[in-house]
Design a protein around this ligand. Structure first.
Ligand code: PLP
Length: 425
């Protein structure tokens, strides 16, 4: 159903941008490596609408918990890549029995595999190696080293291969995902070279090489899918063929961050001895839940000038009540009357002092009803948003200028569901 008014705070997904990202990735893979699979990383943003777009694109579900595994099955994904250190035993066995790809992370999963008596299955090993030594200063874990998978340097990886061999289970693939601070091409060259090295050192014949996620997407002056895939191709060709070995990629943020905006409305402005504070009905928790961002891609839609009647402020109840509160959006002051202020501190709705988003320098004064749009807000936001002070905001999809609601704002009803408490009356 088409929506006329957007209730802020909210997320807006621009469907065409999402589709462009998907198309670019597919083209980059088709050009560089004939046999390939895309596993969309559920953890990055598991909004059911977004997951269904990925499924429609032919992507596998890349999941890392029993809950995500169940969600993939619930939504009808017929192909799953099951990763991570906290799989449950039951879902681990179920995934193998159903022929999904399961990348083992630790010894206990080898135990489960042996105890299950399964002889068939798409079993891969997550490789842990000193990537920081090859790409100094680039990895997320730095010199402390990554914690996932079987260590190449200590011999754990080789022992895992031997255990698989003794159990009569073929090693189907190598999983090399690594989180980096830089998302550089250099990282992916190093991962691909490691896949080459392992093949040569242990005489492996894996069906797939999974180089994981962690790419940039939709960013000017940064690498894009074609750059990554070309580099991976150049390295892998030393030992693998695009016609025989499947290349798996597990993108998350590169696909889902660019198309999503977060909209917050200014609700109040106040001056203190320290300066001007602009209070919005959005929160840093919704755009930077890990409180790590230094800056945001954003634009400001000044009240009257930008026809902000489209936006309304979420009230506490029904859509009708919210619409009535929409009047706030028209109280703003006209552009000609706005002074240029040296500094305005943009804040969120929570009662946390550190719920401050950014400082606006030498810009026209903000006033109630102005809307701030935070672009590229799709990755690791919705899935990490807490139920703190207020409930989950709505999510809209924009396609060719038309809006639909794909997740309604959570209300008390959703919040109390599954709770047990005594009726106070
Ligand atoms: C195993 C695995 N694959 C894929 C991803 C997706 O990474 P990104 O969202 O940065 O593309 C992650 C993220 O941590 C991951 O752990």
């Amino acid at each position: 159903m088409k929506i006329e008014k957007l209730s802020t705070p909210c997320y807006v997904i621009h469907k065409n941008i999402l589709q462009q990202g998907i198309a670019l990735l597919k083209c980059a893979l088709e050009t560089n490596w004939n046999r390939h699979i895309v596993g969309y990383s559920f953890k990055t943003n598991a909004l059911p609408w977004a997951l269904m777009q990925m499924k429609a694109a032919g992507f596998y579900a890349e999941v890392v918990s029993e809950d995500e595994y169940d969600l993939a099955r619930y939504l009808g994904f017929s192909h799953v890549i099951y990763n991570g250190p906290v799989k449950s035993r039951a879902s681990f066995v179920d995934a193998l029995q159903r022929g999904h790809i399961v990348n083992l992370d630790a010894e206990r999963e080898l135990d489960w595999l042996e105890e299950s008596g399964l002889k068939e299955g798409k079993v891969g090993l997550r490789v842990n190696f000193d990537l920081e030594a090859l790409c100094p200063g680039e990895t997320s874990s730095g010199e402390e080293g990554g914690r996932f998978g079987f260590s190449y340097e200590t011999g754990a990886l080789q022992r895992a291969m031997q255990r698989l061999d003794q159990a009569g289970i073929r090693l189907s693939g190598l999983h090399l995902h690594a989180s980096s601070k830089t998302r550089s091409i250099n990282i992916y060259r190093a991962l691909a070279r490691m896949a080459v090295r392992l093949k040569q050192e242990y005489d492996l014949h894996p069906d797939y090489i999974d180089i994981g996620g962690g790419y940039f997407g939709g960013m000017e002056n940064k690498p894009a899918f074609p750059d990554y895939m070309q580099a991976v191709r150049e390295e892998l060709l030393a030992a693998y063929s695009p016609e025989e070995t499947t290349l798996i990629v597990e993108p998350g943020t590169s696909l889902i961050t660019p198309p999503i905006e977060y909209l917050a409305t200014v609700v109040d402005c106040k001056d203190t001895h320290a300066g001007r504070f602009v209070v919005t009905n959005g929160s840093r928790s919704d755009v930077d839940p890990l409180h790590g961002k230094q800056s945001y891609f954003h634009d400001i839609r000044y009240g009257r000038a930008d026809d902000n009647e489209r936006y309304i402020i979420a009230g506490g109840g029904t859509p009708g009540e919210e619409a009535a509160e929409g009047a706030v959006g028209r109280q703003g002051i006209a552009s000609a009357e706005r002074k240029i202020l040296a500094q305005q501190i943009i804040c969120g709705y929570t009662c946390m002092e550190n719920d401050r988003l950014f400082v606006l320098h030498d810009q026209p004064q903000l006033s109630p009803g102005d809307v701030i749009a935070f672009q590229k807000s799709g990755g690791y936001t919705m899935c990490l948003t807490p139920l703190f002070i207020r409930y989950f905001p709505p999510v809209y999809v924009e396609e060719d200028g038309e809006y639909t609601c794909v997740r309604e704002r959570w209300s008390t009803e959703e919040y109390v569901r599954k709770n047990r408490f005594r009726d106070p009356f």
